[in-house]
Design a protein around this ligand. Sequence first.
Ligand SMILES: Cc1cc2nc3c(=O)[nH]c(=O)nc-3n(C[C@H](O)[C@H](O)[C@H](O)COP(=O)(O)OP(=O)(O)OC[C@H]3O[C@@H](n4cnc5c(N)ncnc54)[C@H](O)[C@@H]3O)c2cc1C
Length: 502
Amino acid sequence: MRTSRVMVAVLGQLATTVVGKRTECPSNACASLAAALPGDVAYPNTTSYQQANSYWSARQAEALPDCFVSPKNTEAVSVVMKILTARNKPFTVKSGGHTAFMGGSSVTAGVTVDLANLNNITVSEDGQTVSVGPGNRWIDVSQALDPLGLAVVGGRAGDVGVSGLILGGGISYFSERKGWACDNVRNFEVVVASGDIVNASPEENEDLYWALRGGGGSNFGIVTRFDLASFEQGDIWSSSLVFAGALNTTLIPLFQDLTVNGLPSDPDGHTYFVLTHQPAFGGYIVLTSFFHATIPSPPDSTPPIFTPFRSVPGPLFDSTSVVNISTQSQSINIPYGSRQTWWDTTIAATSADFMVEIVSLFEARNDALFAAAGGSPVVPFLNFQPISTNVLSAMRQRGGNSMGLDASGGPLMIVQLTVSWEDPSLDAIIEESLQELIGVIERRAEELGLGNGFVYMNYAGSTQRVQHRFGPDSEKRLKAIAKKWDPQGKLAQWRGYFKLED
Ligand SMILES: Cc1cc2nc3c(=O)[nH]c(=O)nc-3n(C[C@H](O)[C@H](O)[C@H](O)COP(=O)(O)OP(=O)(O)OC[C@H]3O[C@@H](n4cnc5c(N)ncnc54)[C@H](O)[C@@H]3O)c2cc1C
């Protein structure tokens, strides 16, 4: 796993030669990349370009780069970084391509660095560390680990990329006991703005290590390997109950109690709550999803923390399964092809009444959206995802992360709003409606003394000031670390994601 310094020097020299003194000419960046990395650059109107331009949200695929470059190893990523920064060329980096908004990991008239070829997965001899290349999806990781009886704190949907999820936080089936994915990284291998390859861990470059846990990648460098803490894990238990939407007033108090009292008493549990409008079901429905890292006995029984939901009559759908993580994570993939937007905020989890009020605000907003759409499909979702006191405590391991969440401030509830639609002419109206609704919820939360303000990067809308919401101490420290590792501001050309603002 050690980087070959000789190889870096040789390739770096090549990059410098190819770039030469023409540092003002971004348009030749693709040609320079193609000369330095033959066969790794894809131009428009080719099959490889079309294959690389594959994103979960249809909006992302509409930002067309001058070329994709798909480096095959860390040294090649270093070459790419040197060429792009020397050329002052706008660029972005793509792992699993699951950002919802246009330009999150795509770029117009720039270069997209597609990490798909960095897809190694290596398990250490003692089984305690799994080194994962940034081009992997979570399904690749679980398919490698399931047969070994191992797991990592990773994404819940198999198709999502490892990189974006970890660098923005990473809510997992195992978060109650172990924190978020970023809290369980032992070491990052990173190509920083200079093109140097460095490691970031609690022992080495601790500042960069702290920043990369939740602060995102685009201000600091391209991560070329994640060394993740692994642990013994067999199958997991899960159950999904779907109810008519009108039952939200019964279900939300149960879910709020589960967050505040249930989860802290059983760190093997995990849950989320979804309200959505689905015409096929006749209107609104609630999906309550429950997971447990240990299997109850008998396996089709329900772990005690979730049993209150069993007494709610009339579920429209009720399923329980005990499967390995690969099977579980494939079951919650969401299909490609629609336009998507995601926004979020965080509130204190202490008031079920306020959560019910949020449902009313959500449904009123949806009425306006449906009217504006004039029959064109628009599918809105309101998701509640707990940040329990267990999670907040687990976030303190390995020196804590950069997200600024204080264990004494919990439990918290992420309020995540998403919309999926088809008609591009609705883009602006839908974005505005989410921005407005988030604002209404945040102002009301402040009025009620239930505000928190944390914005989770992985669910954030493109104009949300994510790191600002981590609080002044965290934001200031992140800016200082970004300045240290990129003193000339070269990564300003890395477009599209959540940048630290001056
Ligand atoms: C269906 C679905 C399910 C999801 N499930 C979960 C979940 O269970 N838990 C959760 O917390 N989140 C979840 N998310 C949100 C997800 O974590 C984010 O969308 C995340 O950004 C996706 O990562 P990606 O690598 O696929 O995205 P990309 O769009 O490829 O990348 C996201 C950002 O990371 C940057 N980046 C990518 N690779 C690197 C790298 N190697 N170094 C530095 N920067 C890099 C990109 O430039 C971009 O800015 C889900 C999203 C979807 C669409």
